[in-house]
Design a protein around this ligand. Structure first.
Ligand SMILES: Nc1ncnc2c1ncn2[C@@H]1O[C@H](COP(=O)(O)OP(=O)(O)OP(=O)(O)O)[C@@H](O)[C@H]1O
Ligand SMILES: [Mg+2]
Length: 313
């Protein structure tokens, strides 16, 4: 395996009573496409902001390519590029002038800066929009410019916080494709998302995060193989009673998801058989079934299996 470019040990961050990050430990090998997957409030942005040197942890250590982020911040930060969750762009400036501004922050100037600007505009496919004011950009274009800014100084590890939120499918695919080809050219990628399919499709390794902790970390295939279950997710038109709950128990592991007993999950290793049995049972409860979602093992069912809740709730 390649050497690690990022080593995180016992990372904690508290905001008053809120423990946003609670003892993270993980390493990322050079060249890996690494995903931090978790629901709203899991602590993804807090983690990314600590790793990028934007906020200080309550305790813990971060090594970036063997430089300690807190005692050698200049060397460590030079290795990483950050693409933040919120746009860090000047709307009144054109794309190129935004990049000039960010390039200077990274200490780039003159010919070198011009070259890097052309290069990153090509990567995110905005070369033909270089002189257009950012205020006129779509969300997808702003996202891409945000990524370009994070790439100016040729970082070895690119850290992106929810790079595809709020953009249409086409832009999303373009963004993911440019991140993927950067990764293929050797850049290590750490990105956060709450889109399961994205993480499953793109990542070599995924850390599933919930309530400030990493609750599972492996390749998507291993996570799904070890922890994935088939899942029947049901919404009823009214709260159900214990008789029905008892009748469902032979089908699989039944979990009531809400207080009104209108939503349940049934976990099973044999989703086809279980679905048949469930539908057979529902024939006896006319009109009760409102929505039904049946899925085989995937990263989302891994998350539900581990936490008892949906990623998107
Ligand atoms: N500056 C802050 N002050 C107080 N609490 C904060 C602050 N920043 C984050 N938190 C809290 O820390 C927890 C983790 O937040 P964080 O933004 O890291 O989550 P996230 O996984 O990025 O969520 P999202 O998917 O919504 O972006 C939340 O409970 C949040 O309310
Ligand atoms: Mg966030």
């Amino acid at each position: 395996m390649n050497p690690s470019i990022l080593i995180v040990k016992d990372l904690w961050k508290s905001y008053g009573q809120t423990d946003a990050v609670q003892g993270l430990n993980f390493e990322i090998s050079k060249g890996v496409f690494f995903g931090l997957l978790g629901p709203n409030g899991a602590g993804k942005t807090t983690t990314i902001n600590i790793l990028s040197g934007l906020i200080e942890p309550t305790r813990g250590s971060v090594l970036i390519d063997e430089f300690d982020l807190f005692s050698r911040p200049m060397e460590a930060k030079a290795k990483l590029g950050l693409v933040p969750q919120n746009f860090a762009l000047y709307p009144t400036l054109c794309a190129r002038d935004n990049l000039v501004f960010f390039g200077r922050i990274y200490g780039l100037k003159g010919r070198r800066l011009e070259e890097r600007i052309s290069c990153v505009l090509d990567i995110v496919e905005l070369a033909d929009r270089a002189n257009q004011t950012v205020a006129t950009f779509s969300n997808g274009m702003k996202r891409r410019l945000n990524i370009a800014a994070g790439l100016l100084h040729e970082p070895e590890i690119l850290i992106l916080d929810e790079p595809t939120v709020g953009v249409d499918t086409q832009s999303r695919n373009a963004i993911l494709e440019s991140i993927r080809s950067l990764n293929q050219s050797g850049v290590t990628v750490l990105y956060t998302t709450h889109y399961i399919e994205e993480a499953q499709r793109l990542c070599d390794r995924v850390a599933i995060m919930d309530q400030g902790k990493i609750i599972a970390l492996d390749s998507p295939a291993r996570l799904i193989g070890d922890l994935g279950k088939g899942m029947i997710r049901v919404e009823f038109s009214a709260g159900i009673d214990d008789t029905l709950l008892d009748q469902m128990k032979p089908i699989g592991l039944v979990r009531v998801v809400d207080d009104q007993k209108r939503r349940i999950h049934i976990e099973t290793d044999h989703v086809d058989q279980a679905s048949k049995e469930f539908l057979e049972l529902m024939k006896r409860w006319d009109g009760l079934l409102k929505t039904l979602d049946i899925s085989g093992p995937n990263l989302e069912t891994v998350f539900i299996h581990l936490t008892g809740k949906n990623l998107r709730d």
